[in-house]
Design a protein around this ligand. Structure first.
Ligand code: 0WD
Ligand code: CA
Length: 382
């Protein structure tokens, strides 16, 4: 069964005064059997074009077209185009759940027709971005970056939307040119690995525009929590072992080349946890990594099957455990259900976490932090 409810969950009386409950994050508290996680099913797709405009279709989906050899020949030059062929998304524009809500609103008749015992317009306990859940999954093992998640209950569904922490904002605004180039190299790698058509070949000469995105919307269940979330995916493999979405999707990553067993172990411990969580959540079956050489070329390609990653880390005592990540996520979702009980899109509970501390929350009524747009509340109330 599930791990025991942590002692702190009931709220700890401090000198007789009631203190709001918190949720501890220590891995040992969540070490238990892997919880029930239903195989994710694709519920829909949408695209964002070069101008960041929403389209309810798969026009931005690209196709996996890797080179034959593990060592690409001719070499991929990941730095090519950084100065002159790069159109960057305006990251200062906080989009929140906007595009996902556009998809929900556009599919409201179908979502309603799915039938919901509770009579909700959206037949799910939680609606959010996959990236937000990735952060929750990795929390028990994270020691660097905290998070802030805003939560509102609206017509029976909990909406979860990230708020940028002051530290993350500062980091984003002061990102060095070197880090920006590294981010570019990740996108450029996609251009070398993907084609625009199922039978096409990559054309890495064009512009990299990070406004463009293809997103899958999946439905799944973790323990007693039904989830509807969207995630950006890099490409689909029409010829792979799993031709159906979401298993046909391939996640592309770049990483500094590994030179020693110690470096590889550190990669498994600190980086692979994030890659695993991100792809496991929506049922993406493969992650293809390009390991970068110092000159900005790809030295080797390596494929990680999402479902086999736990075998790579199992032998390393003190390494992360997938079950801990999932049990913590289940406990966190239960915590949200327990705390956020008033159905009101104007009411926001802000859940905050910093490494070394438990998850805490604060309550905000009206204007401040409200994230469900008026158009969405109106559309879904009709
Ligand atoms: O405005 C916001 N607060 C956020 C917007 C926070 C998180 C995501 N987003 C947007 C992204 O721009 C994208 O449209 O949501 C969509 C992706 O959501 P997701 O799949 O839930 O996010 P995640 O799993 O963190 O990222 C998936 C991919 C990334 O791939 P890598 O390999 O780097 O993990 O989405 C892209 C990126 O390619 N991506 C972004 N691209 C530009 N700016 C960003 C970003 N801030 N975040 C993710
Ligand atoms: Ca990627």
């Amino acid at each position: 069964g599930a791990p025991e409810a942590p002692a702190e969950l009931g709220g700890s009386p401090k000198r007789g005064r009631w203190a709001p409950p918190t949720l501890p994050t220590e891995p040992a508290l969540y070490d238990g059997p892997f919880p029930f996680y239903r195989r994710p099913a694709e519920e829909g797709r949408f695209s964002l074009d070069a101008q960041r405009c929403y389209h309810p279709d798969a026009r931005q989906l690209r196709y996996f077209a890797p080179p034959r050899a593990e060592r690409p020949e001719p070499a991929f030059d990941l730095r090519h185009g950084y100065r002159d062929l790069y159109v960057r998304r305006d990251e200062g524009r906080r989009e929140g759940l906007e595009h996902l809500l556009q998809w929900v609103a556009g599919n409201r008749d179908r979502l309603r027709a799915q039938g919901d015992a509770a009579g909700r317009p959206v037949n799910a306990d939680f609606v959010t971005w996959r990236g937000h859940l990735t952060k929750v999954l990795t929390t028990p093992y994270e020691s660097q970056e905290g998070w802030l998640l805003a939560v509102s209950l609206f017509r029976g569904t909990l909406y979860v939307s990230e708020v940028e922490t002051p530290a993350a904002r500062q980091q984003r605004e002061q990102r060095s040119d070197m880090l920006q180039e590294l981010a570019y190299m990740g996108y450029k790698f996609e251009r070398y690995m993907c084609a625009d058509t199922p039978d096409g070949s990559p054309d890495p000469t064009g512009v990299v525009n990070t406004n463009e995105a293809f997103c899958t919307v999946v439905r799944t269940r973790l323990g007693s929590h039904s989830l509807l979330f969207a995630g950006e995916v890099d490409c689909a493999d029409p010829r792979g072992a799993w031709p159906e979405p979401p298993a046909c999707y391939v996640e592309l990553k770049t990483c500094k080349e590994l030179h020693s067993p110690a470096q590889r172990r550190s990669f498994y411990r600190y980086k692979l946890i994030k890659w695993w969580a991100q792809s496991f959540l929506p049922g993406v079956s493969r992650i293809v990594a390009g390991f970068r050489a110092p000159d900005g070329s790809v030295a080797t390609l390596e494929t990680f099957e999402t479902m086999k990653i736990f075998q790579l880390i199992r032998g390393d005592r003190g390494c992360w455990k997938p079950a801990v990540c999932m049990n913590f996520c289940e406990a966190f979702l239960a915590f949200l259900k327990k705390v956020v009980t008033e159905d009101d899109p104007q009411l926001v509970h802000l859940f905050a976490w910093e490494p070394g501390r438990p998850v805490s929350y604060s309550r905000h009524q009206g204007a401040e932090h409200v994230f469900l747009p008026a158009w969405y509340v109106e559309t879904m109330s009709g």
